[in-house]
Design a binder for this molecule. Structure first.
Ligand code: NAD
Length: 301
């Protein structure tokens, strides 16, 4: 079994770590939040005093942080002794960043790792918190194919699908495209459900009809945004947990940056981003799950 350092024990990292422990790996964990550390400790992880301490002796080092600035801060910021985390990772370690960040940041951190002789992958995930809990995430990997083969046995303990998207940063590009599409079909799903309800339909009945018709999509199938239609999803627990509106706005910003960099028009992605910004402002929804977009259309959900 492998020795693994794991940093970032939030909505995704917390359950991912549990699956590594269940598989019998030795995990040294770190997060800035005490309660997240306590949960990891209770589940059997050893808890480190700093991110650098989790990296000592690690055969694999995994990070699951919110955004580019956190990832660059973790790997590239020198400590009091002038050393970065990458200076403290053993040369034989495979470093895997699972956060969704800009392809540019992913390449910058990987280049710094490579300059020290350390192998690194960008491996953002899809599948939500339920996928993280069940160990059925999709990993979308950028980097060297041989390094992916070294990391695959570890990723397989947390995910059911592992795709090699291409060179360093390609995992992030694919993830950004996926999340732009997710925002668009979640918003469209909420709009269609609101229209049906306003015209007298039951949201559960309408959902079943659309799931089996040409409007069927992932948001309807596994993440229905209308409260009470589906058990175990954020919409049925006050939009708590799940994938935060703030993180979706971040991902749609990454899509805008990618479009700007390639002179691409992404009108649907831009509209979805503006709708999420409105949701955040009007409903104070930054810390709610992204399916709370239903609130823009339906009063009192
Ligand atoms: P989260 O905010 O729940 O968790 C992030 C964790 O990182 C927090 O516990 C925070 O304390 C910790 N952290 C931040 N900076 C740190 C540092 N310097 N050192 C140690 N810990 C630090 O976020 P999440 O929902 O787990 O998402 C993580 C990443 O996964 C994001 O990039 C997100 O876009 C992506 N993602 C999320 C989902 C989802 O459904 N939640 C799905 C796919 C991808």
């Amino acid at each position: 079994m492998a020795r693994i350092g794991f940093v970032g024990l939030g909505n995704m990292g917390g359950p991912m770590l549990l699956n590594l422990l269940k598989a019998g790996h030795q995990v040294s964990a770190f997060d800035l939040v005490e309660s997240a550390l306590a949960r990891a400790k209770q589940a059997g992880a050893s808890v480190a005093e700093s991110a650098a301490n989790t990296a000592k002796d690690a055969e694999f080092f995994i990070s699951m942080l919110p955004a580019s600035r956190h990832v660059e801060g973790l790997y590239l910021t020198p400590d009091a002794e002038g050393k970065t985390l990458l200076d403290r990772v053993p040369k034989s370690t495979v470093v895997i960043d699972c956060s969704t960040i800009s392809p540019q940041s992913a390449r910058k951190v990987a280049e710094a790792a490579h300059a020290r002789g350390i192998a690194m992958l960008d491996a953002p995930v899809s599948g939500g918190t339920a996928g993280a809990e069940k160990g059925t995430l999709t990993f979308i990997v950028g980097g060297d194919a041989n390094v992916l083969e070294r990391g695959r046995p570890i990723l397989e303990k947390m995910g059911a699908n592992i795709f090699h998207a291409g060179a360093q940063g390609a995992g992030q590009v694919a993830k950004i495209c996926n999340n732009m599409l997710l925002a668009i079909h979640m918003t469209g799903t909420a709009e269609a459900l609101a229209l049906g309800v306003a015209n007298g339909l039951d949201p559960g009945v309408l959902s079943e009809i659309m799931k089996r018709s040409s409007g069927g999509n992932w948001s309807l199938n596994v993440y229905n945004p209308y409260p009470g239609v589906m058990d175990g999803v954020p919409a049925s627990r006050g939009y708590s947990g799940g994938f935060l509106v703030d993180l979706m706005i971040k991902d749609l910003g990454l899509a805008m940056d990618a479009a700007d960099g390639t002179d691409m028009a992404i009108p649907m992605g831009a509209l979805a981003r503006n709708l999420y910004r409105l949701l955040k402002k009007q409903e104070n929804a930054g810390a709610l799950d992204f399916s709370s977009i239903q609130k823009l259309y339906t009063k009192d959900v």
